[in-house]
Design a protein around this ligand. Structure first.
Ligand code: ADP
Ligand code: MG
Length: 238
């Protein structure tokens, strides 16, 4: 599938489901690039989880997302697949393309986990430059790596440090922002960091928030940064 055909297929995609109105159940039902499809297949992901079925089609179409589903429900792929696909369709690939997506996680450990999934699913033929910015390396080393990244997985304090201290770090091309574990980001007192980060980012972007619970404070944050967000939640069936 070439990029133009993929753009058209996503434009034609009904986010509510296939013709019969049913939700998408298999990744092969979705208009995905060959490298992402290959990555999912190699990782033995074939059926979408509930939150993925609700969030991925909307996110592919560029909607802002406020997603809630309990731990273990597959939220990571719910945002990583749209990140890979939307950057791919926009051809935001390679060191000249700049930083296209920022994924913020509350802890270094969770950031590393996200990055591992990104490598597993996105590493089968995609040519994105992706990296972790979570501290532990010198600012200098991280800055040089950041200058080449298309996708960064980061913690709030560390990325804010780069945004405020690294003159050469440009986020002008950023088109996607993800806050994973958004409720924990707020619980852990990162609200001011996140607000400061938002000030640096282009306003014309797609924003996705995912968390285990849809707390009021997450909604507050959403009001600050989301444009007509789609609320997608998966509630536990008893
Ligand atoms: P959450 O972020 O909601 O806590 P994760 O994204 O960490 O959940 O996923 C939880 C587990 O489910 C992981 O082991 C992941 O590999 C697995 N998983 C995610 N999506 C799928 C899928 N579509 N099919 C099978 N397993 C999946
Ligand atoms: Mg998670």
């Amino acid at each position: 599938v070439d990029v133009e055909a993929l753009v058209q297929a996503v434009a034609d995609l009904d986010p509510k489901g296939s013709g019969s109105g049913s939700a998408y159940s298999s990744f092969t039902d979705l208009p995905l690039s060959a490298p992402t499809a290959a990555g999912l297949k190699a990782a033995h992901f074939s059926t979408l989880t509930d939150i993925q079925a609700k969030a991925v089609p909307l996110a592919l179409k560029g909607h802002d997302i406020l997603g809630a589903a309990k731990t273990g429900s597959g939220k990571t792929l719910a945002f990583l697949i749209p990140v890979l696909e939307n950057l791919y369709r926009a051809q935001c690939i390679g060191s000249d393309a700049g930083l296209g997506a920022m994924i913020i996680s509350p802890t270094r450990e969770l950031a590393i986990q996200i990055f591992e999934v990104l490598r597993k699913v996105g590493g089968k033929g995609h040519l994105f430059a992706a990296g972790l910015v979570i501290g532990g390396k010198s600012l200098h080393e991280e800055r040089d790596a950041l200058a080449r990244m298309n996708i960064v997985v980061c913690t709030p304090g560390r990325i804010l440090q780069h945004l405020s201290q690294t003159a050469l770090f440009s986020v002008d091309n950023l088109r996607m922002l993800v806050l994973d574990e958004a409720d924990r980001i707020l619980d852990m007192g990162f609200q001011r960091d996140v607000d400061a980060i938002l000030d640096y980012l282009p306003a014309d972007r797609q924003t996705m928030l995912f968390s285990a619970t849809q707390t009021k404070r997450v909604s507050d944050l959403a009001r600050l940064s989301l444009k007509e967000p789609e609320y997608v939640a998966v509630h536990e069936s008893a």
